[in-house]
Every structure is written in C-alpha cells, then in structure tokens.
Design a protein around this ligand. Structure first.
Ligand code: FRU
Length: 456
C-alpha cells in the first residue's frame, strides 16, 4: 500500500463496526503486548507490539506508539521501531522504558529466526537485549545490542526475552523471561550501574509452573514485592488456568533473586488477557495495562476481516487488598467519561447503546444476560462466577470461563463496542473478554439486583 492507501484504510477502520471507544487499538493491522509504559516529559507513553496493515499477526512486528497527557485520551503517533538490524531481523519484541536524567531509555528483545533445520528452542533463534533512547518518545536513537544469547547463563535455551527495567535505590535492575534447557520457565535478574553494562545476579522460578515465562515484571506495593509473569505450558482446570497461556503474579518478598515465590494468582479470569505491564505514574499509582487478547489458536476476533485485531485493557490501578492479594480497578480518569445514568430494575430487560457500564451491589445469586447470547452469573452455593457464551458468532468461538468467588458484594461491568471487563468486589476478581454484537446496542437483562447503568 502507498501512503494514501494506508491513510484511507485507517479512515475506514476508524469508522468500522466493533471499533472500540475507549480501548487502545492499532490504527490497522495487529496489536499484542503493551510495551514501554511510562510517563515522560508531561505525557503518558503507551507502546505496543504492532504489525502494520496485516491483521493476522504473521507479518514483522515493531513498536507502535500512543501518547497523551490523559491516559483515557491518547493519540496515535506511528510505528517508532521496526526490524532493521540483523539482531532484530524477525521482530522488535516486547520490552520496557524508563527515564534517567531527562532521557527515556527503551529496552526490548531483538528476535532472530535463523533459516535451517533447527528446533528453535535449543538452536536457531536469537534473542538480544537491545537499547535505544528517545528525547521525545517518538524518534529513537541508533539501536545498541547489550546482551546476546551467548551472554545468558548456560542453563538457558534460546528463549530469553521481554526486558523490564526499574530502579532500586542507586541500582538499575532488569528481569528477563526465560525457558531453561530442562524446559522450565524462570526469570533472570540483572543489575547495572549505568543502564548499559548488565550483570546477571540470579534466577527466580517455582516448580510446576510451565516451560516458559514471558513478559516478567517486578514491583513493590506497601513494602511487599510482587513478580508478575506469563507462564506457558500450565495444565488447565475448570476454575483456573483456563487459557492457552496464563498471566499472573507471585508474592516475592525480600531481594528478588533470593525470594521464595508465594502462591500464584491470575490477574484476569477471562478469555482475553495476557502480557500485562505496570509502571509508576507521577501520582505514585501503580498502573497496569494488559493485552485484551490471547494467542489466536483457540478462538478468534471478528474484526480481523475488517483490517485490524486486538486492543489493550483499560488502564487499571493496582492496590494491595487486605488478604495480601492485588486488586485492579479502572483508573479514576475513566469515571469522567460517563454521561447519563439510568436505573435498571431487578428482573427487567432493556436496550442500551454501547459503550455502557453496569454497577450494582448484589446480595445473592444473580444473572446478567446480553442479547440472550452471553450470560454472566453468580452461584453462591457453588461459590462460582461464570461467563458463558451460547452463540458461536457472538463469542467468536469463546465458551465458558469460571472464577471461584466466595461472595459478590459489588460488580462493575464495562462494555465497549466489542469488549467486556468485569470487576468484582472492587477488583479482587477481574474477567475480560471480547464479544461481537450485531450492532452498537445491547439488550440487557438483569436478575437478582437493581443496577445503575451509565452511558458514554
Ligand atoms: C507475548 C510475546 C512476548 C514477545 C512478544 C512478541 O505475547 O510472545 O514474549 O516479546 O509477544 O510479539
């Protein structure tokens, strides 16, 4: 496509069916992980894994860029990096960004797939830690390779990726997700005094958590440490680990390299959530953005035929709950988007324009049904919250997801044009999915509580 055709295609996509109102989507093509989340020079920066034009995810991946002073009103800039050196020939993969002395430093994985008869686990693949800087978030400096496969510990397979960098006192720290030669997922920890020279300081893992850990992140909240990561290869159960790959966090107290990881908790119990990243904003909030998507092998997305695929979640503030578990809740800026409010009486059915938000405080069992095709229900006797599609097209192949919840005291459901995020009990349990309604309205039936419905 030439430039004019690209712009025309984007214009068409902007007005297409299922185009979201307040979720970050690619202007065209494919999106996966959020990358480089940061606040720099008065603006938020949200980069993302981006394959321009082609929506199937099979074309080269770089970093797209959104920016803005308000996380709910971000503007698309451009693809700021694409593969163009031998060390990132097959993808400018995921990574992070951090400010030092007025400059934004970006670290990402340069993916290389060699041609030949390889297993691509023990040989045939390169994964390089690459560094660039930017003075405006948009124009990046020359790419500098900091670590290559030969620099990683001997127990690593070729799969080492997704650098996340943060500062601890005077020291820079970095985590990388890895697969060992014994097919165990783990996180490698590094230290640096200058962001350029990195020294390996140890590995963190927990037995029984799959063969590969992607997209690690480490942060502290109220003095407690948490290691977030995405394990691949976990077994699947009816009420946990229901997706192809999982995403969650381990409490990790003390120095990360020496910590014994606590119990794994999933970030989101829905069909579509992976590869989240967090950052600290100027107000001191720990904000998480995830990919509101999943590897496509199990279910698809109806937007693909229209020229784009996937979006990011609403930015969520992460806080520490009383039980030591983390809560996620839409950032306060989201509330300012609300317009009118209506009462929806218990037992009623009514049609609403999308986007919509449902708020309520149930006291017992309840069901919420959208278009007669998606049911959300809470069964107190079974202590189960369930999301179930009864229509192949509406869910684009999605079926059922369950979460064990002792009691639902509050619910917030945010439906954009083609996604739903459910926050139970102030964000103690979250469940996200894509859905594909016929139009830009949804018929809503609620049984079991009186709800407040917001429009936008
Ligand atoms: C996770 C992931 C990362 C990788 C990126 C490539 O979804 O597989 O590990 O860096 O996607 O797009």
């Amino acid at each position: 496509m030439d430039n004019k055709e690209i712009m025309e295609n984007r214009e068409r996509i902007k007005n297409a069916k299922w185009r979201q109102r307040f979720h970050i989507e690619p202007p065209d093509g494919w999106l996966n992980d959020p990358n480089g989340l940061s606040f720099y020079k008065g603006e938020y920066h949200v980069y993302f894994q981006y394959s321009p034009i082609a929506a199937d995810g099979h074309t080269p991946r770089g970093w797209g860029h959104y920016h803005g002073a308000d996380l709910m009103h971000m503007a698309y800039d451009k693809a700021v990096m694409m593969p163009d050196i031998p060390e990132d020939s097959h993808g400018v993969y995921s990574g992070s960004a951090i400010e030092n002395d007025g400059v934004l430093h970006i670290f990402y994985t340069g993916n290389v797939k060699m041609e030949g008869d390889y297993d691509y686990v023990t040989a045939g693949r390169g994964a390089n830690v690459i560094h660039v800087t930017t003075a405006d978030g948009s124009e990046v400096s020359e790419k500098q390779v900091l670590l290559r496969n030969s620099d990683y510990p001997d127990f690593c397979s070729c799969h080492v990726r997704d650098p996340k960098v943060w500062k601890e006192g005077e020291v820079w720290k970095m985590v990388l997700g890895a697969r060992t030669l014994g097919n165990e997922g783990c996180v490698l920890v590094y230290e640096s005094a200058d962001l350029i020279n990195w020294k390996y300081t140890g590995k963190v893992y927990k037995e029984g958590y799959g063969y590969m850990w992607e997209c690690p992140d480490y942060f502290e909240l109220d003095g407690k440490g948490f290691l977030s990561t995405c394990p691949q290869g976990l077994p699947h159960y009816e009420t946990k680990w229901q997706n192809l790959n999982e995403s969650g966090y381990f409490p990790a107290d003390g120095r990360l390299e020496d910590s014994r990881l606590g119990e794994f908790a999933e970030w989101d119990m829905g069909f579509d959530f992976y590869a989240p990243q967090t950052f600290l904003d100027p107000q001191g909030r720990r904000i998480l953005i995830g990919w509101l998507g999943m590897d496509n092998r199990v279910y698809g997305n109806a937007t693909t035929e229209l020229g784009w695929q996937h979006c990011l979640t609403i930015p969520r503030e992460v806080t520490l709950g009383e039980n030591g578990r983390l809560r996620q809740y839409p950032i306060a800026e989201f509330d300012a988007l609300r317009k009118g409010e209506r009462r929806h009486a218990d037992g009623c059915t009514a049609k609403y324009a999308l986007p919509l938000e449902i708020c309520g405080e149930p006291t017992a069992d309840f069901t919420i049904t959208l278009d007669g095709k998606l049911e959300l229900r809470f069964d107190k006797a079974k202590q189960l919250f369930t999301m179930e599609f009864s229509d192949e097209k509406y869910g684009c192949g999605r079926g059922t997801r369950n979460a064990v919840v002792a009691n639902v005291r509050s619910i917030r459901l945010i439906a954009d044009l083609s996604s739903i995020e459910v926050y139970l009990n102030g964000g103690e349990t979250v469940m996200s999915t894509r859905f594909y309604p016929d139009g830009d309205c949804a018929e809503l039936e609620i049984k079991g509580f009186e709800a407040q419905v917001w429009d936008f």
